[in-house]
Write a protein that binds this ligand. Structure first.
Ligand code: SF4
Length: 60
């Protein structure tokens, strides 16, 4: 079975910090990436490999 993939743009943990540009971060405390950076001026189509929701039984 395929690994579940999540869409950050629909996720409550998505956080945007806009200073000079829009920086998108994952605000989930379980993220395994140090910074949780998702993108600059863009939200990824699918969640990154370190997404803490991957493998959870949750479908959009
Ligand atoms: S990485 Fe996962 S938990 Fe974080 S914003 Fe994206 S979908 Fe949500």
């Amino acid at each position: 079975m395929n690994e579940k993939r999540f869409q950050c743009k629909k996720c409550d943990y998505l956080k945007c910090i806009a200073i000079n540009k829009q920086m998108y971060y994952c605000n989930h405390e379980g993220r395994s990436d140090d910074m949780g950076k998702l993108g600059e001026n863009a939200i990824p189509e699918v969640s990154p490999q370190w997404c803490p929701l991957r493998g959870k039984h949750h479908v959009w």
